[in-house]
Write a protein that binds this ligand. Structure first.
Ligand SMILES: NC(=O)C1=CN([C@@H]2O[C@H](COP(=O)(O)OP(=O)(O)OC[C@H]3O[C@@H](n4cnc5c(N)ncnc54)[C@H](O)[C@@H]3O)[C@@H](O)[C@H]2O)C=CC1
Ligand SMILES: CC(=O)[C@H](N)C(=O)O
Length: 369
């Protein structure tokens, strides 16, 4: 009986325009994790006053609090629920709704989505590249098993789902300068493998079940008031802190390691823009987004313009260097620019000025100006 219901023909597949039987997402479990037969899988419509109700997972990392601030400005404070498995600092706890959510606990996820009437989900929980290599089994659980839970809850409750991917979803056999959207993806980190898996699974759910899945491949993200969580591009955040405070920085990547990077404001705006883009404008569901590309040497030269005594030294971390050497040097994001009008605001000079202004008000940057 259950099986018969699962095979009921429910609509047209967006992929081929033909009638397809819809199987439950988790057929083998007799759990209710199945796509409801009468669901409207396409983008929910929100009028000017009818805002989405947003959940952010893994929200206490480098990017989540900034995303919550941006979305709360747009959709209202109470319409954006931040979640994580860590305890929030006071200012975060008091800035809007916060809830405990472990993405490995499906029932907990479903309860949050139902009780808060969530309609959009931004899935930020992950273990990043360097920390993932140090803890492969946890990275596999969080980045892959956790993603499966997210896809299922999103499909089951007809959510619009954003999952970030990364430059780390490419590998040494990918074209590196520039790296287009569609090319060989054979990453050599568990982080990269899990992100390719996320891209493919999200697109599969989109074409198979009509899930409104949207994904951007972020470059290394640089932020002033939040710390990176254990990635290969972390040096490009730490350098500003050390330059302003100590006038020197020890870099764990080689001087000539070129990687795509982006200031956090551009990254979060891109995320909101792709989520708000009309479905018809999206010719793909996973896009590269890019802003700038630089080496530690070039970044240090730009910092020197503000901190004249600044010195950079190199103490290369073999694991991070091997990862960086397999990643894109420059990202081709022409599809994002063409399809939904992506345009970055921050290049290297603006990035460095902004970061040092933030860190430098009472330090050697201020003294130099
Ligand atoms: N920061 C960057 O440069 C880039 C980030 N991204 C992606 O953006 C997303 C957010 O990145 P960040 O904020 O930098 O990451 P982060 O490492 O700073 O934060 C990740 C958060 O996930 C949480 N988390 C871990 N296990 C969890 C679990 N079982 N349940 C719920 N939450 C859990 C952690 O507590 C942490 O707060 C990630 O998916 C990352 O892959 C992609 C490319 C670049
Ligand atoms: C580029 C990323 O995905 C992240 N910052 C990392 O270095 O792992």
């Amino acid at each position: 009986m259950l099986f018969v219901r699962m095979l009921r023909r429910v609509g047209q597949s967006p992929a081929c325009g033909c009638w397809t039987p819809v199987l439950p997402v988790r057929f083998l479990g007799v759990s209710p994790r199945q796509i409801p037969a009468d669901a409207n899988f396409h983008s929910a419509f929100f009028s000017g006053t009818d805002h989405p109700r947003v959940l952010i997972t893994g929200g206490l990392g480098q990017l989540g609090v900034g995303l919550a601030n941006l979305l709360r400005k747009r959709f209202g404070k109470d319409n954006v629920v931040l979640s994580d498995i860590r305890k929030p600092p006071d200012h975060v706890f008091h800035s809007g709704p916060f809830i405990y959510s472990d993405i490995l606990d499906y029932k907990n996820l479903r309860e949050i989505v139902v009780n808060n009437r969530i309609t959009w989900l931004f899935h930020y929980s992950a273990l990043l590249s360097a920390i993932g290599e140090a803890n492969v089994s946890l990275a596999r659980a969080v980045n892959i098993t956790g993603l499966h839970n997210i896809l299922d809850v999103a499909a089951e409750h007809n959510l619009r789902l954003f999952v970030p991917s990364t430059i780390g979803a490419f590998g040494p056999t990918s074209p590196r300068n520039p790296t287009p959207d569609l090319c060989i993806q054979r990453p050599r980190t568990i982080y990269g493998v899990s992100k390719v898996h996320a891209e493919l699974m999200g697109e599969y759910y989109h074409y198979r079940y009509g899930l409104d899945f949207r994904c951007l491949r972020y470059p290394g993200i640089i932020s002033a008031d939040s710390q990176p969580g254990g990635g290969t591009t972390d040096y490009a955040v730490q350098i500003f802190h050390d330059a302003a405070k100590h006038g020197k920085f020890e870099c764990n990547l080689e001087a000539r390691t070129r990687l795509p990077m982006m200031y956090i404001d551009d990254c979060l705006r891109a995320t909101l823009e792709v989520m708000e883009a009309p479905a018809e404008s999206l010719s793909m569901r996973t896009y590269n987004v890019s802003a700038m590309s630089f080496t530690p040497e070039e970044l240090a030269q730009e910092v020197l313009k503000h901190v004249p005594e600044f010195q950079i030294t190199y103490n290369v971390d073999a694991v991070r260097q091997a990862i960086a050497d397999s990643w894109p040097m420059k990202f081709d994001d022409s599809n994002a620019r063409k399809d939904w009008g992506w345009k970055h605001n921050f290049d290297l000079p603006e990035l460095v000025t902004t970061m040092l202004n933030f860190h430098g008000s009472e330090t050697r940057v201020a003294q130099a100006n």
